[in-house]
Design a protein around this ligand. Structure first.
Ligand code: TXA
Ligand code: MG
Length: 318
């Protein structure tokens, strides 16, 4: 339990909020769309604690917030179409899904292991001031518990997440009130989520109609969605308490021992989530395409539900 601070958007309040972010804590802040629950997008543990605070049952990829174009260009590769949309609608309620740069420095948990990243440059002066004060990319989903309505005022955030996060910056009511419009560009311009900027305005800017998203994500076990997530080349076995001799073992908790890849020797689910994508990659490299990764049982509670969701996708037949 935390005592959640209610900060004013003064220089002092913003400085305090930036310090929380720099030390890996979570701060809710106003954007023109909805309040966001922010954490350092480069810090695995901070990103894992965003999922924990929201009680999300799965690791959906998060939107990364930046203050300006040079910060955006350090994270993603901008095509001509991406540059055109950014010039027309940033800062504002548009999120672009773009190929992530290899040297982005982002936590793989931010994009749920995808090779792309969702980026947004908010227009709200408090959000912009916070991003400048912090000086790094901020991952921020809407600042509500999973499955609840998005918050458009600081007291909504306090009601839903009070005592789960370090601070809320009170910037008054959000002007737009619905989340940003999300557009992907590869292989072609696609409306991934309708939102604060009308799709027609985006189509006018690009001069082409936006495609509808692949319906596969609506069916959680469809191969289309599974293949769009990070799947190891090696086979993956779950709930393994005694690995075979040739297995690459990913453990969890004190019973798994300290050797090899233990997601959390103390059984801490936030630490385990922070390590998950790194360890899956490391295990995949060690196992090779003909090998097998064996994963210890993870409790189905708290972030364990999100970890198991990702592991089931990684282990699904393909
Ligand atoms: O208005 C907003 O966009 C708010 C404020 C706080 O900025 N943020 C927000 O973030 O709504 P979030 O994390 O809830 O939105 C995440 C959504 C995902 O559910 C997914 O639809 C999309 O963004 N997304 C993120 N990364 C993606 C990726 N790499 N590929 C496809 N979709 C992605
Ligand atoms: Mg949301």
């Amino acid at each position: 339990m935390l005592l959640t601070e209610l900060l004013s958007p003064s220089a002092e309040g913003l400085g305090r909020a930036a310090r929380h972010l720099a030390e890996g804590r979570l701060v809710a802040f106003p954007t023109e769309t909805v309040y966001g629950l922010g954490g350092d997008a480069r810090d695995d543990r901070a990103v894992a604690s965003i999922f924990a605070a929201k009680g999300r049952p799965a690791f959906n990829p998060l939107i990364v917030h930046v203050p300006d174009m040079s910060a955006a260009a350090r994270l993603a590769v901008f095509s001509d179409q991406a540059l055109r949309l950014a010039a027309a609608f940033w800062p504002g309620a548009l999120t672009l899904v773009l190929p992530m740069r290899d040297d982005s420095g982002l936590s793989p948990l931010v994009s749920a292991g995808l090779p792309s990243v969702a980026i947004r440059m908010p227009a709200h002066p408090v959000a912009v001031a916070l991003l400048h004060a912090f000086g790094g990319p901020v991952a921020a989903p809407s600042a509500n518990p999973s499955g609840r309505i998005s918050p458009t005022r600081a007291d909504h955030v306090m009601d839903g997440l009070g005592e789960r996060i370090a601070a809320v910056i009170d910037g008054g009511a959000c002007m737009v009130g619905v989340e940003s419009t999300i557009v992907g560009l590869s292989p072609r311009p696609t409306l991934l989520r309708p939102g604060g900027i009308p799709a027609e305005a985006i189509e006018d800017c690009l001069g082409v109609p936006l495609a509808a998203p692949d319906p596969a994500p609506a069916r959680p076990n469809a191969p289309g969605q599974l293949s769009s997530h990070y799947a190891p080349a090696a086979a993956v076995a779950l709930g393994v308490t005694a690995p075979d001799p040739g297995d690459v073992w990913i453990g969890f908790g004190p019973l798994s021992g300290a050797s090899g890849l233990n997601l959390s020797p103390t059984g801490d689910l936030v630490e385990a989530a922070a390590n998950l994508f790194h360890y899956l990659r490391a295990a995949d490299r060690r196992a090779g395409p003909d090998g097998r990764i064996a994963v210890a049982p993870i409790p189905e509670k708290g972030l364990g539900r999100a970890i198991n969701d990702r592991l089931r996708r990684a282990a699904a037949p393909r």
